[in-house]
Design a protein around this ligand. Structure first.
Ligand SMILES: [Zn+2]
Length: 50
């Protein structure tokens, strides 16, 4: 099962774009690309709920 990724700015789920073996992330809410270093993974969202 795939992980989900979230925008660090607006916390919306981002679209994963895979090209040439590298993944990019695009936030449809902010209309911008998010770097893989800045992206929030599903695991981090669980922390927010505590
Ligand atoms: Zn965003």
């Amino acid at each position: 099962m795939r992980k989900k990724y979230y925008c660090p700015s607006c916390k919306a789920e981002v679209e994963v774009l895979e090209a040439c073996g590298a993944s990019s992330y695009f936030c449809n809410n902010c209309k911008k690309l998010i770097s893989s270093k800045a992206i929030l993974e599903e695991d981090l969202e669980r922390k927010d709920n505590l």
